[in-house]
Write a protein that binds this ligand. Structure first.
Ligand code: NAD
Length: 453
């Protein structure tokens, strides 16, 4: 039996003991995870530095802070979330008890991506534990050091039978996918999302797919372009562009293109100095394969700023591409790197048409001072999330569901949404064996007289 198969069997057996359902057990696990993040900051930060050149502060800010917030919310709200929810009654159920009872699904498989390896792997785990499930955790093999730290640390803090970590690459993931799960929670690319869904279909296993895509960013010429560009620069070049909700490309009128370029350049200098290569806040491309892929995307487009790179260090400078054609190479796939193409459109209607001709994105950004324009963008397009006048930060609002639509994914999570996503909402109707008389009209023989007609 492979390690993965064994881990799934053990998790299933542990789930069958019923201990993951106990509220005290769930809260204890979540508190143990809080302890992990406060005691093991150094190991976590060192691995992140090696994997993605993330600074200690960057790791704390973009990975751990959000998880701590999710843990606090889950711990304080769990009793409320897990309680039966009474629902409205009708005439026939007036004297009955009618409620929805959240119950765990069983054994959940969590497959994580590498770009924010803690956030995208542990956040679903928090919800899986809160909802009373067992969970098999498969961190991305691409973040070699972080996967190892997760494999070593998690069993020291949480129930290792119920929540085993299985490391490995594609063959190990495929082996896992041959097992039967009660839910698969996958974060990664859209093409692999299809592989996951196909494997899940064999057992009718429900899936949550947190995928990616090209998130557009529309800048209205009447907005404060300086502030808009600072926020876009941050959203784009954080983690070297390797963020699922990074603004992928800019849509704006030709009259403001030069301003946009100048303001983004200015913000890049402010955030990452004259030489981002030596700046501790500027990351690296995860590996040579992605480095080559991103460089190749620049072919055929004019570089307005940046463009320099160093293969030995997987460094690509913050880069702006101007007058990019819709059929350019860089517009054919999610960039997932520090290239910012600018595409000229004549007005907001053309921007909307441009967006609607493509797959539904994970995020849609609109910068405008005009509320009507923002509403128009909202009403005439579709995307996982919409954020006006900022980038990325909707991810951190855990009262908002986070997830994609269409090609950018299905299902959602964060806060209570993760709990709900990984629970079965069982409908319960509890009647008494009394008042049998009122049922007489539903029993045969059916006569008009019985119905009073
Ligand atoms: P990926 O799809 O290559 O890998 C993710 C996971 O899938 C890894 O654990 C890997 O082992 C596994 N995997 C890869 N190929 C497989 C195959 N053929 N069969 C079975 N398993 C396989 O994605 P990635 O490169 O790690 O991440 C980048 C993508 O993830 C981007 O598209 C990004 O937008 C997306 N992403 C989305 C979110 C979100 O919340 N929606 C968050 C982070 C990343």
């Amino acid at each position: 039996m492979s390690r993965g198969t064994e881990a799934v069997a053990r998790a299933r057996k542990a789930f069958e003991t019923g201990r993951s359902k106990c509220l005290e057990h769930r809260i204890r696990q979540l508190k143990n995870m809080q302890r992990l993040f406060s005691e093991r900051q150094t190991e976590i930060a060192e691995a992140m530095k090696k994997d993605l050149n993330k600074s200690d502060v960057g790791t704390q800010l973009y990975e751990i802070l959000g998880l701590e917030g999710e843990l606090n919310t889950a711990i304080s709200k769990l009793k409320e979330w897990a309680a039966p929810r009474p629902v409205e009654k009708n005439l026939l159920t007036l004297s009955d008890t009618v409620y929805v009872h959240p119950e765990p699904l069983g054994v959940v498989l969590i497959i994580g991506a590498w770009n924010y390896p803690w956030a995208v792997t542990i956040q679903p785990l928090i919800g899986a534990i809160a909802a009373g499930n067992a969970a098999v955790i498969k961190p991305s093999e691409v973040c070699v050091h972080t996967a190892k730290v997760m494999e070593e640390l998690l069993p020291l803090y949480i129930d290792k039978e119920l929540y085993p970590v299985v490391t490995g690459g594609v063959p190990e993931t495929q082996e896992l996918l041959r097992q039967r799960f009660d839910h698969i929670f996958y974060t990664g690319s859209s093409p692999v999302g299809k592989v996951i869904m196909e494997a899940a279909a064999k057992n009718l296993t429900p899936v949550t797919l947190e995928l990616g895509g090209k998130s557009p960013c529309y800048i209205d010429k009447s907005c404060d372009i300086t502030v808009a560009c600072r926020r876009i620069t941050w959203g784009k070049y954080t983690n070297c562009g390797q963020t699922c909700i990074a603004p992928d490309y800019i849509l704006c009128e030709p009259s403001i293109q030069d301003r946009v370029i100048a303001e983004v350049k200015k913000a890049v200098k402010e955030f990452y100095t004259e030489n981002p290569k030596t700046c501790s806040d500027y990351g690296r491309i995860i590996n040579q394969r992605h480095f080559k892929r991103i460089l190749a995307l620049m072919e055929g487009s004019s570089v307005a700023a940046g463009g320099d790179h160093d293969e030995s260090d997987c460094y690509i400078a913050p880069t702006i591409l101007r007058d990019v054609k819709p059929d350019a190479k860089v517009m054919q796939e999610e960039i997932f790197g520090p290239l910012l193409p600018i595409i000229s459109i004549s007005d907001v209607d053309e921007a909307i048409k441009f967006i609607n001709q493509r797959e539904k994105p994970l995020a849609l950004y609109v910068f405008s001072q005009d509320d009507k324009l923002i509403k128009k963008m909202r009403d005439e397009t579709s995307s996982g999330g919409l954020l006006a006048n900022d980038c990325l930060v909707h991810y951190s609002v855990n009262s908002l569901p986070f997830g994609g639509v269409g090609n950018s994914g299905m299902g959602c999570y964060h806060g209570k949404f993760t709990f709900d996503q990984l629970s079965h909402h069982r409908s319960c109707l509890i009647k008494q064996l009394k008042m049998e008389g009122v049922n007489s009209m539903r029993y045969p023989p059916h006569t008009l007289k019985k119905l009073g007609w």
